[in-house]
Design a protein around this ligand. Structure first.
Ligand SMILES: Cc1ncc(COP(=O)(O)O)c(C=O)c1O
Length: 447
């Protein structure tokens, strides 16, 4: 339960106009704002001190729970010690320490880490590394990038080009040239109410053969997919799908990039989902959970062979013309190291794995509620599809989110007509029961 000390009142802004909120209906928000002033562990607190259960780990990022003392202390100490060091031509010790710690968590020979500041930057970085990798190896014809329908890879031009969400693409011109897409892995007809990875759908990976036949492998640089498509509604990979995609990429000399911005750092019960599926991709993108959401950070983990391909030519020359002012920012590195310590000391990834059956049972009990068309879950994630109101796609889920926040004291995430629940990994069985009871109430309230 929330402690009394955590309910201190914080000032409410008197003008909401200047701030343009991202991925938010601004006019509706400003007419009826949902403000959060403080947080601790599993709870948010509104400016008037109301405790609200976090059903979404922020935006799938605060995996260790909110305002954990050791992470807060690490950030504070770092700010007092070294606020910033140039990221180009200079560095600082914690950047190397964090890279080593991340590399150890990754499977196989994924042993080098390039840091950036977000998932979007991680995706653009990985796509650029893929193109440059083929270039430096003398296979510069490999320029095509293959994404997937219903994929989300952030909002950079690279990410929206390989992504498969129409609203994220259609307003922004012609995007990157030479991109193709695999089909989405979701079929309600074949997969409805599956717990974990659905039985149906591994064969959809074979569509890569069609794309290869159309463009020729010699023009394709990389395939990028999420192990579980989060932002389009929690779409777990079908059984065997990722293994098949790995084999096909190997056959055709195509790099496989797993976008683990959501699935990294315990969400599916492992350091990375690659381990859950027993595959070694050529690159893993990460962000969010690396600092448990406390300081912006992202990165790309690359296999030894990819890194080594760049380590040639005169030693005083830059090998990869890419980087960010805030790559491996000292505050982010300090937060990352403290977050990794917490994950290890509290065995939070294993905790997620152990809780998964309980979580899945609790999620599936919502089957049969009014307008529930499908429920999907994998790791500590659940997606619940609702039927749309006539001529108002997304309205029912929006009302459910409003009801959950204002009347059930629960934060949920919505995407179109899907409710997504993805709590911090410190969630208890009793909090899981509370979360799904509150979600059930919200679904009934918008029947
Ligand atoms: C799979 C995936 N890739 C990339 C991103 C983009 O991350 P960011 O919002 O940090 O740029 C997200 C964000 O949710 C994501 O889920």
């Amino acid at each position: 339960m929330p402690s009394a000390a955590a309910t201190k009142v914080t000032a409410v802004p008197n003008d909401l106009e200047a701030y343009w909120l991202p991925f938010t209906p601004n006019r509706a928000f400003k007419a009826s704002p949902r403000l959060i002033a403080r947080a601790k562990d599993m709870y948010y607190y509104t400016p008037d001190g109301r405790a609200v259960l976090d059903g979404t780990a922020g935006l799938w990022c605060t995996n260790a729970g909110h305002n954990r003392d050791s992470i807060v202390a690490a950030i504070r100490t770092q700010a007092e010690t070294l606020d910033y060091a140039p990221a180009f031509q200079f560095s600082h010790p914690k950047a190397f320490e964090l890279a080593s710690r991340v590399a150890v968590l990754a499977p196989g020979d994924l042993d080098h880490v390039f840091f950036c500041n977000s998932g979007s930057e991680a995706v653009d970085t990985a796509l650029k590394i893929a193109l440059a990798f083929h270039n430096v190896r003398g296979e510069g014809t490999r320029t095509r990038l293959i994404g997937r329908e219903r994929g989300y890879h952030g909002v950079g031009f690279g990410g929206i080009s390989v992504g498969g969400i129409v609203n994220n693409r259609k307003f922004f011109g012609s995007l990157l040239a030479g991109v193709d897409h695999l089909p989405a892995t979701y079929s309600r007809e074949h997969q409805a109410f599956s717990k974990g990875e659905p039985e149906w759908g591994a064969h959809l990976a074979d569509d890569l053969e069609r794309i290869v036949a159309l463009h020729d492998a010699s023009t394709i640089a990389a395939v990028i997919v999420e192990p579980m498509a989060g932002s389009t509604g929690v779409l777990p990979a079908p059984k065997g799908y990722l293994q098949r995609l790995r084999a096909l990429c190997d056959r055709h000399g195509i790099l496989l990039i797993l976008d683990e911005v959501i699935t990294g750092f315990g969400r599916l019960g492992y350091s990375f989902a690659a381990e859950r599926y027993g595959i070694v991709p050529d690159m893993i993108t990460f962000a969010k959970g690396i600092t448990s959401g406390t300081v912006p950070m992202g990165g790309v983990i690359v296999r030894k062979g990819v890194y080594d391909a760049f380590m040639r030519g005169p030693e005083h020359m830059v090998e990869l013309f890419h980087g960010y002012t805030y790559s491996a920012h000292p505050l982010a590195c300090a937060a990352g190291l403290a977050a990794l310590d917490l994950y290890r000391d509290e065995a939070l990834f294993e905790r997620a794995r152990k809780l998964e059956p309980y979580w899945a049972d609790a999620a599936m009990r919502l089957k049969g509620l009014p307008n529930v068309l499908d429920i999907r879950c994998v790791g500590l994630t659940a997606g619940i599809d609702l039927a749309s109101r006539p001529d108002a796609v997304g309205r029912r889920a929006y009302e459910a989110m409003e009801h959950a926040f204002r009347s059930e004291n629960l934060v949920i995430r919505i995407n179109a007509e899907t409710i997504a629940i993805t709590p911090p990994l410190i969630v208890t069985e009793s909090e899981i029961d509370q979360i799904f009871a509150k979600v059930a109430n919200a679904i009934r309230a918008v029947a």
